[in-house]
Design a protein around this ligand. Structure first.
Ligand code: NCD
Length: 304
């Protein structure tokens, strides 16, 4: 692996080897330890879109590996992008200082332009409504830890399937496995992009519905997502869908005892806080998993 730009680029072997490596790092994360593996290496985190978890997670991962971090969370406002610098030049320049770059940007495919200029590995930390491979990987990691497998299970994906890059990444990554049954729950206008839907349908049993309650009864994994406010052209348009699917304790009663709930966070209103104490809720645990998975990704790309 030279860069990690798109979920599609990963083979099953690469996915599994990253997840196995992440298992090894989990204890370091859990015990809040610091390794010496990345001693002397620097991660540059370039964020052109808001983030809490992802940027801190990359930074924590690099620090726990024993490396250092340079970071800007307001690239669109406070970097030379404001003066008109291209992503190509930014990639080229930052490569003179850092050993690896993680970038989040509102434009799908933008990481490719940065890669052209970059002389060090680049990780896509989310490109608009496109892809979010590191989140997808940590979701698979969480699923595998809970179910013990990534084949033969039922996943219910609910929310803004059109705009959620996390859902897109989950679909692309799961394409490498077998016997996954997908139940896609969304309003008609927020359905999964047709290109991904067609690809999935070639290999798997895929159902689309707008009814969450019926879908949940046979689920092994419930993957919930926020309605992606920033991808709507108007506030009125967003408000049409805000709050369409709220996971409540009453709904959780209809779900199997062994089901897990994953969500990349941030949540707005789509999971009632009362669900947090349900042992099936895994969204906070996912955050810790994310650090271990990003440690594995950084270590792999840095050749450590
Ligand atoms: C997600 C993202 O940025 O795509 N958050 C994250 O990375 N944990 C999900 C979201 O913003 O809804």
């Amino acid at each position: 692996m030279k860069n990690l730009l798109h979920s599609k680029d990963l083979s099953k072997r690469e996915i599994l080897s990253l997840l196995d490596r992440a298992e090894e790092f989990l204890e370091t994360v859990h015990k809040r330890k610091r390794l010496k593996l990345a001693d002397g290496k620097i991660l540059a985190a370039l964020f052109y879109e808001p983030s809490t978890r992802t940027r801190f997670s990359f930074e924590t991962a690099m620090l726990r590996l024993g490396g250092e971090v340079i970071s800007n969370e307001g690239m669109n406002e406070t970097s030379s992008a404001k003066k008109g610098e291209t992503l190509y030049d930014t990639g080229r320049v930052v490569s003179q200082m850092a050993d690896i770059i993680a970038m989040r940007h509102p434009e799908p495919g933008s990481a490719l332009e940065l890669v052209e200029g970059a002389r060090v590995p680049v990780v896509n930390a989310g490109d608009g409504p496109g892809d979010h491979p590191t989140q997808g990987l940590l979701d698979l990691f969480t699923i595998r830890r809970a179910l013990g497998r990534l084949d033969d299970f039922t996943i219910v994906m609910v929310g803004d399937l059109r705009n959620s890059r996390v859902v897109h990444s989950q679909c692309e990554l799961l394409m490498n496995f077998k016997g996954v049954r997908f139940i896609l729950v969304s309003p008609e206008a927020l359905r999964l992009p047709r290109s991904i839907f067609k690809e999935l349908s070639k290999k798997f049993k895929v159902e689309e519905t707008d009814h969450l309650e019926a879908a949940i009864t046979g689920a092994d994994v419930l993957s919930h997502t926020r309605i992606q406010k920033e991808r709507f052209s108007t506030e009125t348009e967003y408000k049409k869908y805000k709050g369409v699917y709220v996971l409540t304790p009453a709904l959780m009663k209809k779900a199997p005892d062994s089901m897990i709930v994953i969500h990349p966070l941030p949540r707005v209103d789509e999971i009632d806080m009362a669900v947090d104490k349900d042992p099936r809720a895994r969204y906070f645990e996912q955050v810790e998993n994310g650090v271990a998975v990003r440690m594995a990704i950084l270590a792999e790309l840095l050749g450590l």
